[in-house]
Design a protein around this ligand. Structure first.
Ligand SMILES: Cc1ncc(COP(=O)(O)O)c(C=O)c1O
Length: 450
């Protein structure tokens, strides 16, 4: 353990860029040569080998020039908690396997419910990520709808969400046996927020056609644009037309602790369920996510009593009763130790810092002689832009930046056009770091294909 801690600490001071830019073919050569049936002589040799198979080509999210996906650098108390987790190997499925850990998770869940604005009827559970939280939320919504309308109507169940919401919702609908057209994509406005007028039209049309609005889902922080759907207006429509209102705050959940921006997610307390990804905007290591529900009793839809594990007669608090998983990581310890050392405001300030940075970068890109902003400034910490040239030029300059490993940006499409994207989640990144990467992209435009 000491060797690893020293090694990783040294690495972190030595890293100068987010990656090496080597290709899958180049990286995989070393793996293919290794015979997993023939162990090395000692741990030191295995750790040495790890440099070749993993560390040398790792992608470093703490490097200030990593500007690509929704990955955050992590706070140290949470890393320390991971050491306890790995060594003690607690599983928070039943109390008899976890004891204090169960109560820690429950307190962190209750704390999060309080931050949302839920009352004492609320509850929740840690999950592996936003994808699982969204799946469980839709499962609860489907179960409630089935109770009311009967299983025979499942083909008529509809879910309404913005065209910019996360793909995990469509996946969840498929897993839950809903039809291919069960998810209705509602159009968004010029600020990439779900358009409430369009939502109302979709709800009315579906209802008129005899369909059943099973759920309305708002996104608090779209993956590509960091936009936040108008939660009060969506809540109003959800309450009038649909069985369930879910808010996917996988990205925007950091605002729950933001000293400056908490108001941006006002209305979240009206949701029947909320997805939060602490591993996005609370600077926690993967995995750390939760689903919170306004009516705790709804979590009972996933309860299954197994005689060997959590018999119905058990008087102990068994978190497995609320979870899709059985054996489950004690991820709550990371946030617990973070809250007990840094405190919630400090986390919120870090998230505010990256949102401020995104604002500043947007202003610089807007004023830039060659770069072009594509959408208004984000409410969170993303920014989409274009370099001069056609769609292929956007793809090429990104590829070439990735190939030398000196910076990392992401890409997506907007209104059918290829765009480049920055997701800023490193509070230590400075505006000059970002502009340096953007300058390299511009240089790549004018140098032409390599
Ligand atoms: C808005 C949103 N919801 C859900 C997810 C899925 O979260 P996870 O990757 O933790 O499964 C993401 C991931 O980027 C997201 O941006």
């Amino acid at each position: 353990m000491h060797t690893v801690v020293n090694d990783i600490a040294r690495r972190f001071t030595q890293v100068r860029q987010p990656g090496t830019g080597r290709t899958p073919e180049q990286v995989s050569q070393v793996h293919e040569a290794i015979d997993l049936d023939r162990p090395l002589d000692d741990v030191a040799a295995a750790l040495e080998e790890l440099h070749d198979v993993y560390l040398n080509d790792a992608v470093w999210f703490h490097d200030p020039k990593y500007l690509a996906h929704l990955n955050c650098p992590v706070v140290i108390p949470a890393v320390a908690a991971e050491a306890f987790n790995a060594a003690i190997n607690t599983s928070v499925d039943t109390w008899d396997q976890s004891a204090g850990a169960t109560h820690i998770e429950q307190r962190v869940i209750d704390w999060t419910c309080g931050r949302i604005g839920y009352d004492s009827r609320s509850d929740g559970v840690f999950t592996s990520g936003g994808t699982q939280s969204n799946l469980q939320a839709l499962f609860l919504a489907r179960e409630e709808a089935q109770r009311r309308w009967g299983m025979a109507r499942i083909g008529d169940f509809r879910i309404f969400t913005s065209e910019l919401s996360h793909f995990s919702l469509v996946k969840a609908a498929r897993i839950l046996g809903l039809g291919a057209d069960a998810v209705v994509a509602v159009s968004s406005d010029e600020r990439q927020r779900m358009d409430p007028t369009a939502l109302k039209e979709c709800l009315v049309e579906a209802t008129d056609e005899g369909k059943i609005p099973m759920a309305v889902i708002a996104t608090a922080g779209t993956t590509d644009f960091g936009s936040i759907d108008p939660l009060y207006e969506v809540a109003e429509l959800a309450e009038a037309y649909a069985g369930h209102f879910h808010v996917d705050a996988a990205y925007g959940c950091g605002l729950l602790v933001s000293p400056q921006r908490r108001h941006s997610i006002g209305g979240i307390e009206r949701a029947d369920s909320v997805t939060v990804d602490f591993h996005k905007s609370f600077f926690q290591p993967v995995s750390s996510s939760a689903l919170l529900v306004k009516e705790g009793r709804q979590l009972g839809h996933v309860t299954y009593y197994a005689d060997y594990l959590n018999p119905e007669s058990s008087a102990e608090p068994n978190l497995v009763d609320k979870s899709l998983q059985t054996t489950r990581r004690f991820d709550a310890l990371k946030l617990w130790l973070t809250l007990r050392t840094m405190g919630a405001d400090a986390i919120g300030r870090l998230f505010d810092d990256v949102c401020d940075l995104a604002d500043e970068v947007w202003t610089r890109v807007e004023a830039h002689p060659t770069l072009e902003t594509v959408t208004p400034a984000s409410e969170l910490s993303t920014l989409v832009f274009r370099v001069p040239g056609d769609d292929e030029t956007q793809r090429r300059v990104r590829r070439e930046l990735a190939a030398d490993g000196s910076g990392a940006v992401a890409a997506t499409t907007y209104q059918g056009k290829q765009v480049l994207k920055l997701t800023l989640l490193n509070p230590l990144t400075r505006v000059d770091d970002v502009m340096g990467v953007l300058d390299r992209l511009v240089t790549n435009v004018y140098q032409g294909p390599r």
